[in-house]
Design a protein around this ligand. Structure first.
Ligand SMILES: [Zn+2]
Length: 308
């Protein structure tokens, strides 16, 4: 349980719960402010905002059951549409970052106000990487079933982890940009019976547009109440504030530069202006002067020769 005081009707946060005597695992998250922030960082077009906002919301829901603070969940969509690559990384303590290779993808509409995300994403694959601090990360991949992202994540759980899962994700736009964003996930736990699964399916049929509910001020707690209703025996567990957070720093960038090796760094050190690296996730620039690049080239040589 976090010590930070959460305003349930305003702040971005994630809530976890169980229902039906522990047979269902339930999560809901509001991500309105963090999607607004990522739109500003990357200057995203409407359809790019929706793609990245949905994937980040999904990643936060999926990362919530990682056990250790250092664990990381990465989602990557690679496809053949205008939006060809979306990447996001989330932690179990509610931090997420992400980028889309095509920030200014063409935004086409299915009808007034309804973006055609599936067409913008096209066909491709979803890859899920769980870095649990072991020697090798766990990697699973499924073909996209719709490109709408929620169904694609549910398909991953069904085919790769054999866990029946319902996921709702939504990003709502208005004239100013992002009006509301969030997600909801219900998973069946081992021992679940057909009756409970059928009941859940019935509850999901015709559920209103999630982002519209969030835009109206419905909190994550209330979303779960609405979806599952009074018969669900909902028990709320932890709640966690969620935020956009990048882990980059100068040391990390320097280590990346050293990986280039002596030859390439020597070549780069020919530029009197030095070099500038840009973080994909938060757009921060890291500048290295010509003298610094020369020094790094020497360090890379020392590493190669086994002195460090
Ligand atoms: Zn960064």
């Amino acid at each position: 349980m976090t010590e930070q005081k959460i305003n349930h009707f305003k702040d971005d946060y994630l809530v976890q719960a169980t229902a039906k005597q522990g047979l269902l695992r339930c999560l809901a998250v509001r991500t309105t402010d963090l999607v607004k922030q990522v739109r500003n960082i990357h200057d995203l077009a409407p359809v790019s905002s929706v793609a990245l906002g949905r994937l980040m919301s999904g990643a936060l829901l999926m990362a919530a059951d990682l056990k250790n603070e250092q664990d990381r969940l990465t989602l990557i969509i690679k496809s053949d549409g205008d939006i060809s690559n979306v990447t996001t990384i989330a932690t179990p303590d509610g931090k997420v970052r992400g980028y889309v290779i095509d920030p200014h993808a063409m935004s086409r509409y299915k009808s007034i106000g309804k973006l055609d995300l599936a067409q913008a994403v096209g066909q491709g694959n979803l890859t899920v990487i769980k870095d649990l601090g072991l020697k090798e990360p766990y990697i699973g991949s499924v073909e996209l079933v719709s490109g709408e992202i929620a169904e694609d994540l549910a398909s991953y759980y069904f085919y790769s982890e054999q866990v029946p899962t319902v996921i709702f994700l939504g990003v709502r736009l208005n004239q100013q940009g992002i009006a509301a964003a969030g997600g909801m996930m219900i998973q069946a736990l081992p021992g679940v019976d057909d009756e409970t699964l059928n009941w859940l399916e019935q509850r999901c049929v015709g559920f209103p547009d999630l982002s519209e509910l969030i835009a109206e001020g419905i909190s994550p707690h209330q979303l779960l109440d609405m979806l599952l209703g009074a018969d669900a025996e909902l028990e709320y567990l932890a709640e966690t504030p969620v935020e956009y957070h990048c882990e980059c720093n100068r040391d990390r960038m320097t280590r990346n530069l050293l990986l280039l090796g002596n030859t390439e760094l020597t070549e780069l050190s020919g530029d009197p202006d030095g070099i500038t690296l840009n973080c994909h996730f938060c757009a921060t620039d890291y500048h290295y002067s010509q003298a610094e690049v020369k020094q790094l080239a020497e360090t890379a040589l020392t590493i190669k020769n086994g002195w460090i």
